[in-house]
Ligand binder design. Structure first.
Ligand code: GAL
Length: 376
């Protein structure tokens, strides 16, 4: 009951939920004894510290687990797959009771997760689906297809074509607008969801000629960015600017699936002589990273997608507590996330579009960033 109420509160968009309220000490209705955590160890494997969002995720998960009485082994693998595998092996050896894993490559954990299953350790896939294994218990994430649609809508909104919810604007310019497309890492299940969601919105406009992809690169394989690497995105755009836009044709928009990639895109444009103003393109993003929020204020990036890492941490922690109490975690999607072995039951959170005009409402009022941090 309490968990249902807890998640219902989450779904209603409450920003701060007291986790302490979910487990009332020794007389917890969860039957977990002294606090839901019971002093046990939970292993938390995060992909990299090179992106601010994962630092926020790791901190939020750790703090919330510790508030529940768990010990936490939080590890970052610097995008090194063998390192992540050995970190998880270590967690199992140390006696972790549960694992929360944001994978680097969703297909590479099959063997170590078999070890986890052999030791009866439940595994929660955190934000990124773990693929090709039966040994993933639940998935905590966002509605990733919708995130992709929102990325497209932010791009289209910046071009004056749609509202932020994708509703066409009457009397919108006919274009054509020159755009280029970027996708995320091909080994991250989310990347295809984002790209498919975005293309659902963009493809009809490409077909009708309102949008023109100058490079002709519209397939996922052509536009993917291994490890979400901003420098790789930068050099791909530099090549495209040279090959396709050096005759003075102006690029009007860039679909970017992640703020780190957007920053690479901005660098490539600056290098090619673009400057913020009339000819600066509309650029999307994702994660509301602080530097990118500043870039939105500065007019370099048009928008980003805000996915509240605190809420995601709450879902993962709640799932962990339920599993360790032999209860069924609450889920709201049992159809969309097939990992190649099974459909993984998921709890998907909502995301929202941030543009310059709603930064205060979205990010400051929610306490995600302070105005001072954004101004600093
Ligand atoms: C994805 C995640 C995005 C972004 C990206 C790069 O898996 O869903 O929000 O963070 O990784 O880190």
């Amino acid at each position: 009951m309490k968990k249902k109420a807890f998640l219902a509160t989450l779904a209603a968009g409450a920003m701060v939920v007291s986790l302490a309220a979910c487990s009332s000490g020794g007389d917890s209705a969860d039957g977990a004894g002294a606090g839901a955590g019971d002093g046990g160890l939970v292993g938390v494997a995060m992909p990299t510290k090179s992106s601010e969002r994962w630092i926020n995720d790791g901190n939020a998960v750790k703090e919330q687990l510790e508030a529940e009485g768990f010990k936490v082994d939080l590890q970052y693998a610097e995008d090194d797959i063998p390192m992540q595998v050995s970190q998880i092996e270590n967690m199992i050896t140390k006696g972790a009771e549960a694992l929360i894993v944001a994978s680097i490559d969703g297909t590479t954990l099959t063997s170590v997760l078999q070890d986890a299953a052999d030791a009866d350790i439940p595994v929660i896939a955190y934000d990124r689906l773990i693929r090709d294994t039966d040994n993933v218990s639940y998935y905590a994430s966002f509605d990733n297809f919708k995130v992709g649609q929102q990325q497209a809508w932010s791009l289209l909104n910046g071009l004056g074509l749609t509202e932020l919810d994708g509703t066409p604007i009457e009397g919108a310019p006919a274009g054509p607008f020159n755009v280029e497309l970027f996708a995320g890492s091909p080994d991250d299940n989310n990347a295809t969801f984002f790209f498919d969601g975005a293309m659902e919105e963009l493809q009809p406009l490409i077909d009708s000629g309102v949008l023109v992809v100058g490079s002709g690169q519209t397939d996922f394989e052509q536009v993917a960015t291994l490890r979400w690497d901003g420098e790789e995105a930068q050099s791909r755009l530099e090549n495209i600017l040279t090959s396709t836009y050096s005759d003075g044709t102006v690029i009007n928009g860039v679909l970017s699936p992640y703020d780190g990639i957007s920053r690479g895109i901005i660098s490539a444009l600056e290098g090619a002589g673009y400057s913020v103003g009339d000819t600066w393109p509309i650029i999307s993003g994702q994660d509301a990273e602080l530097d990118s929020v500043k870039a939105i204020v500065a007019g370099e990036q048009y928008g980003t997608i805000f996915k509240d890492t605190r809420k995601l941490a709450e879902v993962a922690v709640d799932m962990t507590i339920a599993l360790l109490n032999d209860e069924e975690p609450e889920v709201n999607n049992t159809t969309d996330y097939d990992n190649g072995k099974k459909v993984v039951a998921s709890y998907l959170l909502d995301s929202s579009i941030v543009i310059k005009e709603n930064i205060t409402e979205q990010l400051v009022d929610s306490g995600y960033w302070t105005q001072a941090e954004i101004d600093g």
